[in-house]
Structures are given as C-alpha cells and as structure tokens.
Design a protein around this ligand. Sequence first.
Ligand code: NDP
Length: 318
Amino acid sequence: MNASNTTPSGAMVFYSQFDDFSAWKQALRARMPHLRVLHADDIDDPADIHYALAWKPPAGFFDRMPNLRLIVNLGAGVDSLVGRTDLPAGVPITRITDPRMARMMAGYVLFATLRHARDIPWFEQAQRRGEWAYRHPRSPEDTRVAVLGLGELGACAAHELQRQGLTVLGWSRSPRQIAGVQCHAGMETLDAVISQADILVVMLPLTPQTRGLLNRARLEKLPRGAALINVARGALVDQAAMTALLQSGHIGAATLDVFEREPLPGDDPLWRMDNVLITPHLASVAIPASAAAQIAENIARVSHGDAPANQIDPARGY
Ligand code: NDP
C-alpha cells in the first residue's frame, strides 16, 4: 500500500510535551501531503479528528474525539495508555516500531554495558584521586550479560552485545531465538537467569505482570557486585530495595534511565551515589523521519478498512 497515494479523511491530532510538533508535522506531511496535522491546542472541530499521535496525553484527552479511528502511541512503551478510561472502544492502538529507535536504544545499552564490563566507573574514581590504578581487563566472554525482554528493542540490544563477544543471556515470556544469545523463557527460568548475570539489563514493558518484578528477593539473586542497567520503566524494580543493595555493595553499580517517580526527586539518595549513573529517561526516542513512514502506512490501512500493523494488545499490556 502506498501511503502517499491515499487521501485520508479527517485530521490527525498531535500531543507530546517532549517531542517537536513541527518536526513530526513535516515528516508526516512528507509522507501524506494531504493529511492535516494539528497540535492538540489548535483543535477547532474535535469531530474531525480521526487519528491521534500522542505521548502521555492528559486524562480525558480522547473523550472529546467521537470519530477516532487510530491511536498511535508516540513511543514503544504503552503503559501510560493501557488501562485509561478515556480510550474509545474498538479503536486500535499502535506503537512505534522503528529500527532507528531500536538502534539508538542498543547504542545506549552497549555504552552502559561496556562501561561496566570495562570497569570505567572504577577508573573514573581513580582518576579523581590522581591514581594510575591498573586493573587487568577481563576477556569479553567472561562477562555475562542478561537482557530481560527480547522485543523490538531488547532483541536488537542483545544482538549488539553478543557481537562484542560478551556472553549474553536473554529472557522473555515466550521462547525466542537470537543467534549467539542463550534465550530463556517464562517465570520458572527468571531466577536462574538473574543469578548468572554480571550485568543485568532491564528491557521489559511495564504491565500488571511485570510491575515490581525485580523485587528485593530477585535483586538479591544477582551475584555480589553485579551491575544493573534499567532502560525500561522504573516501576519494574523495587527502587528502595535497589538503593539499599547499591549502598551495601551487593549491587556494585547501576546505570539508570528510568525511575519510579520522574523527574527523580532532588532529595533521592541515588543522586549522590558514586556507583550510580543517572540519565533523565532518554535512552531512546522516536525519530520522525523514520517513524513517519509506518504511521502513514497505518493511516492508509485504517482508511481502507484494514487493520493497522504494530497493534498492541491491551489485555496483554504491550
Ligand atoms: P516489546 O513489546 O517489543 O517487547 C517486550 C519484551 O518483553 C518481549 O520479549 C516480551 O516477551 C517480554 N515480556 C513482556 N512481558 C513479559 C513477562 N511477563 N515475562 C517475561 N517477558 C515478558 O518492547 P520493546 O522491546 O519495544 O520495549 C521495551 C520497553 O522499553 C518498552 O515497553 C518501554 O517501557 C521501554 N522503553 C524505554 C525507552 C527509554 O528511553 N528509556 C524508550 C523506548 C522504550 P515475548 O517476546 O514473549 O512477547
């Protein structure tokens, strides 16, 4: 289906406090010149809105739009949409599944993993002391990295990690196969995977099943001194337990892009811990120029009465 040949009826509304409206409008108009793309602040006739491209819209946002046909989540994680009470029944919700977004995430995970695998935080601290502190590097295969979640982003990151020669374990709900990655599936295998991880990378969606999955008991299963990388959602991890285990040294170090509360409050102890690197939820973002094609394709599909691609399953939560 060629999206640019389709003239969709109705307009698209855009809402995000983080993403650039004009960049998205330009990218979408390049694919669908006839599509009207409006910012949520500029809606004149809510009945004219057939498509929504939104990231964390305020409560009641969709209630005003009686003719919605497609909701596009402006990102990969749909936890802030699933379960809302203003979602119109029967309107499909899609997520962005963009190879460039996956590559950007893999880049962050690779950086964070290699930083721990190569003891860079230890050298940073030695440098601050003005110390030439030699520590012989380990061979890559001697570092075991476990990636929890092997979806669009997790599978790409696991692939890139094994390309570095690291020993990579993966974990998902249903069995997956990724060349060079030891894949495990199901709750019954989780503790064994965690207990082998020198570096644990969290790349799961936040759902009722995964909320709080990494509780104190599971974090304690990590080998002493292991590193934790969370690029998925803060609420997957018991943050208080994680903080205590970082203070005790059971968890040796952490790279954290996501938190139970965002922004992370200024008085949170994590800010002042030498063994923690904090970034403000930006491990990866949707890129307009590459993601616009699939959005246009889905608008074309919906306009023709077909089901869109990359639909999420609200019952499953991702
Ligand atoms: P996907 O939905 O494509 O994949 C999810 C993976 O998690 C799948 O492998 C799935 O298993 C697995 N999974 C889900 N539930 C369970 C469970 N109960 N037990 C075991 N495994 C489970 O997600 P993505 O890879 O696209 O993204 C992952 C998350 O990353 C997003 O949900 C989002 O929260 C976060 N994210 C963070 C960003 C940031 O900047 N920090 C940016 C983008 C996303 P199966 O393969 O069997 O379906």
